[in-house]
Design a protein. Structure first.
Lengths: 358, 261
């Protein structure tokens, strides 16, 4: 039995079904991310675990106890909100102490726990400051300390990084992950940012239209997407339209060229149209050296070049299709020029077959 | 640019003179009670009048009672509307605006029909019950100001998220209201309270028709029978109102300064 179990949970607001038959088991100490676009139901699932929303049907169990109908203040969960939600009338220390005071812990215990929490988030010098005197990153760390002060069974993070600037976001996500690992607390993290989910999580649930599309490790989600939605949503994809030549051997015609996909084309027959996809890092430009035998090769023309810092993204037009690929930025080399004819190569393993139809 | 600045100054000076000149005239007149010299004699007479003291004390007390009832009624209402029943907001806003469009005399005649001594709830049957009715009617009169002030304060602090943050930390409703919500809308409540006080202290129609010894009817009585004292009273009433407005600003600015440090 998992530490946190969500069984057949469904949530309906009037005629709008937001979560449809959602099932999930989260192990103790696991860091799990709910990833998906706006409106996919991820925040509603989190709010049902917190107790702010009641499931229309289904059950939620934490540590073996059915909490489906318990109020948020009876569940012993900690939550960090996107907008920090620190109490403006209280100092940093008072914010951290709030839950402990509500639980009527002895004053000496509250003081030592608050000190411990502020040390943990490396902000003991801000104890007497008010939230408006702290930066966004500091406020979110205080919110994290406040959520953890009561030693909750589950930590819920509702897009806690999305209001912060890029640099602080990266450092804070590393801090959150380190704290979570150190404390071994079961954590659910809601985000629409795939980079956050991929870098922080033990497992990711990709959600779409109220359902879990795929549950897996970041490696599985990125490299072995099970549905076209997951493949499209996680990472960048170049989608190529083609025609199935031979489903058994995975031969596909793209424009005037032919490629091979090593994964089977499910329910596809010769003559069907199909969509295949490539990750930017899977394709390479042949610079005078032909790709090894067995690699797919497509000839095209450079359409656009985007400089992204350490990486240069090149878009290559191949008949009616386009492939985006990443090359490392080499300051001493001439960057690829738009209009130049090139050959793009990739292995049959790198071809993701998204769908096929007659 | 320069011309538009000159235009603004002219408009400002005309506006200021429009308000200040009558006030200066009233003040100057109130100082002329003693022939041939300026003095505060009219003020001395007013302050030493036992009726002034009684009516002012009565209206002050009624103002405080009105504020307490208003806060108890409005703050939880605004809180629950914002948190649980946001769809009812337009309805409640409409209701709270009604006292602005409905003359006080209509409201008080309605009260007299509903609560006269032969009705089911005879609130006009004795003085204490009538005082209570007067306080309720003041709450109604001040409702637009009190509700607006509190509602604006609540909108500024994201009541929903703060409530959820407190709830998930184990807090129950009384703790959430008294430790989290009230302290963060205190300035808004005070603004509503001072506006209520300013309205109550000079209110005439309700107090007069309910026959209660309030400051408003006293002002009217003096105004009809004396020469210099009404001017002194007008200046005193202005000072009380300004003091209330000043206190709203003081609290508001103190809050802003605290935030900007």
């Amino acid at each position: 039995m998992a530490f946190l179990e969500i069984n057949e949970v469904r949530k309906q607001f009037s005629a709008n079904i937001v979560v449809k038959g959602f099932n999930l088991g989260i192990e103790g100490g696991e860091f799990l991310s709910l990833l998906g676009p706006s409106g996919c139901g991820k925040t509603t699932v989190l709010r049902m675990v917190a107790g702010f929303e009641s499931p229309t049907s289904g059950t939620i169990r934490i540590d073996g106890k059915d909490v489906t109908n318990l109020r948020p203040n009876q569940r012993n969960v900690g939550m960090v909100f996107q907008a920090y939600a620190l109490f403006p009338n209280m100092t940093v220390a008072e914010n951290v102490a709030f839950g402990l005071k509500v639980a009527k812990r002895p004053a000496s215990e509250i003081k030592s726990r608050v000190d411990e929490m502020l040390q943990m988030i490396k902000l003991p010098h801000l104890a007497d400051r008010y939230p408006y005197q702290c930066s966004g990153g500091q406020q979110q760390r205080v919110a994290l300390a406040r959520a953890l002060a009561q030693k909750p069974k589950v930590l819920l993070l509702d897009e806690p990084l999305s209001a912060l600037d890029a640099k602080i976001r990266v450092s804070l996500r590393e801090e959150i992950r380190a704290l979570q690992k150190g404390l071994g607390i079961t954590t659910i993290f809601v985000t629409h940012d795939q980079e956050e989910a991929l870098s922080m999580s033990d497992r990711i649930v990709v959600m779409n239209e109220g359902r879990a599309e795929q549950v897996g490790t970041p490696f599985e989600i990125y490299n072995h997407p099970q549905t076209p939605f997951v493949a499209n949503f996680v990472g960048t994809l170049s989608v190529l339209k083609g025609k199935v030549l031979d489903a058994a051997s995975g031969r596909i015609q793209i424009g005037k060229s032919e490629i091979v996909a090593s994964r089977k084309l499910f329910q596809a027959n010769a003559g069907d149209t199909c969509s295949v996809a490539l990750r930017p890092e899977a394709a390479v430009l042949e610079n005078g050296h032909a790709a090894p035998t067995g690699h797919n090769r497509l000839a095209g023309v450079i359409d656009d070049v985007s400089f992204l810092g350490s990486v240069v993204r090149v878009r290559v037009k191949i008949d009616d299709n386009a492939i985006s690929l990443d090359t490392f930025n080499n300051p001493s080399a001439v960057p690829p020029q738009p209009g130049a004819p090139v050959v793009v190569s990739f292995t049959p393993n790198d071809v993701l077959v998204l769908d096929g139809s007659r | 640019m320069k011309q538009s600045k000159i235009g603004s100054w002219i408009a400002f000076i005309i506006g200021t003179l429009y308000f200040i000149v009558p006030l200066i005239g009233t003040f100057e007149f109130s100082m002329r009670m003693k022939r041939g010299e300026y003095s505060f004699e009219a003020y001395r007479v007013v302050f030493s009048d036992p009726n002034f003291q009684q009516t002012f004390l009565y209206s002050t007390l009624m103002g405080l009672i009105t504020i307490v009832i208003g806060v108890v009624l409005v703050v939880p209402t605004a809180y629950f509307i914002q948190l649980r029943l946001p769809r009812l907001r337009p309805v409640v806003e409409f209701i709270t605006l009604l006292p602005l469009v409905m003359p006080a005399i209509v409201i008080v005649f309605g009260y007299l029909r509903l609560y006269n001594s032969s009705s089911w709830i005879p609130l006009t049957a004795n003085a204490r019950a009538t005082d209570l009715l007067l306080a309720f009617s003041y709450v109604t009169l001040a409702l637009p100001y009190m509700y607006r002030a509190v509602e604006t304060g609540m909108r500024a602090i994201d009541v929903r998220t703060l409530t959820e943050a407190a709830e998930v930390l184990g807090a129950k409703l009384p703790t959430i209201l008294f430790k989290v919500i009230f302290p963060n809308v205190r300035v808004a409540i005070l603004s509503g309270a001072f506006l209520t006080f300013a309205i109550v202290i000079g209110e005439f129609t309700m107090a007069s028709l309910l026959n209660r010894p309030a400051f408003g009817p006293y002002l009217q009585l003096i105004g009809a029978n004396r020469a210099y004292e009404p001017s002194a009273l007008a200046i005193i009433a202005f000072l009380i109102t300004w003091a209330c407005m000043g206190l709203i600003n003081v609290f508001g600015q103190a809050r802003q300064m605290k935030r900007s440090t």
